[in-house]
Design a protein around this ligand. Structure first.
Ligand code: COA
Length: 331
């Protein structure tokens, strides 16, 4: 049932940050002596290059840079932020949370900050948690950030995983709006989150079996198995979100998917009957930046004028856990 007094979390700013260093497929193969080719990687994944963080850059540095851009775009001062949620699989350390490090880097004087761990679905989870906290009145102005230095947890001898990922961060500023029934009812319409721990080993960080010199462990993935789960689970989550909001595929203006593989992204576009130009794609240039991929894509598509005020945007992601989910937002 819809409640006309429900508050809405409006997305009032977006930002992104990519490290300076760019590694093409050919350069990656040459640097690590991998038995792969640019043609194989491009054909199977759509990935042509990825950004790689400098040795002294942490997830909190990338996240803070993305957050600064989002705050500037929103015209919001850091002192107004009362909630920071960071989605990351590559935190600065076990604790303090990367979100607290970002709080300090931005000079946010109050509120509360914490991380969520849902791997590549992390941004959708973080958006759902922030939206809930805004709807209950626990927070008014939130930064929701996806920040990853994923190249730190790759096994560079495993061609089945190391070619797939990159580093980056994206952020959105949410602010409590008046909600449905008001003159301005834009905002997050719903988030639909799922997990199934039975599939935890399909995509996980292996600490025990990690090569010497990788204290955080390395990513292991049964790629074909993950692929098999992806489109069905994502399509079901998107349909669930649309039905809950009383909307249909025809209402959708933009699909901003998690960027893991172009074949999965294109299949989702077809499921939604969306023209290819209505699907925001960054995987070719960014590779899979895990929790950062959706907010980075949002930042790109709002900055270049594709996503406009009033547009209905569908976001969806799947990742380690397995976790998956979808979010709907009116910009
Ligand atoms: N270069 C060349 N060959 C490679 C390779 C690479 N980088 N990576 C794997 N291969 C080889 C495999 O060794 C295998 O060789 P074999 O048949 O001799 O054993 C062959 O390619 C096929 O491997 P497979 O893993 O079945 O390929 P695929 O078509 O499933 O593509 C992925 C691999 C990883 C691109 C694909 O499974 C995928 O994208 N999965 C989903 C990943 C994903 O979205 N993960 C993130 C979710 S957040």
């Amino acid at each position: 049932m819809r409640n006309s007094s429900v508050r809405r979390s409006q997305i009032i700013g977006t930002g992104g940050y990519l490290p300076t260093m760019v590694l093409s497929n050919d350069a990656l193969a040459a640097a690590y002596g991998l038995d792969t080719t640019d043609a194989w990687i491009t054909e199977r994944t759509g990935i042509r290059q990825r950004h790689v963080a400098a040795p002294d850059e942490l997830a909190s540095d990338l996240g803070a840079a993305a957050a600064r851009e989002a705050l500037a775009q929103a015209g919001v001062d850091a002192s107004e932020v009362d909630l920071i949620i960071v989605a990351t699989a590559t935190p600065d350390s076990g604790f303090p949370a990367t979100a607290v490090r970002i709080q300090q880097k931005l000079g946010v004087p109050g509120g509360f900050a914490f991380d969520v761990a849902a791997a590549c679905t992390g941004f959708v989870y973080a958006l759902g948690v922030a939206d809930s906290l805004i709807r209950t009145g626990a927070a008014r102005t939130a930064l929701v950030i996806g920040a990853e230095v994923f190249t730190r947890i790759l096994d560079w001898t495993d061609r089945g995983t190391c070619v797939l990922f990159g580093d980056g961060a994206g952020a959105v500023v949410l602010r409590a709006g008046d909600g449905e029934g008001s003159a301005d009812d834009r905002g997050v319409l719903g988030t639909h989150l799922h997990s199934d721990g039975r599939f935890g080993d399909l995509l996980h960080v292996d600490i025990a079996g990690a090569p010497a010199g990788s204290p955080q462990g390395v990513v292991r993935m049964a790629g074909r198995e993950v692929f098999r789960h992806a489109v069905g689970k994502l399509a079901a989550a998107v349909d669930e979100a649309l039905v809950a909001a009383g909307l249909t595929h025809e209402d959708v203006n933009w699909l901003v998917p998690h960027q893991a593989n172009l074949r999965i992204i294109e299949a989702m576009g077809r499921k939604l009957h969306l023209a290819p130009e209505r699907v925001v794609v960054t995987v070719d240039r960014h590779a899979n930046t895990s929790a950062a991929s959706i907010p980075l894509a949002l930042a790109e598509a709002t900055r270049d004028g594709r996503i406009k005020t009033g547009d209905l945007v569908v976001m969806e992601a799947i990742g380690g856990g397995l976790t998956w989910g979808a979010a709907l937002a009116r910009f």
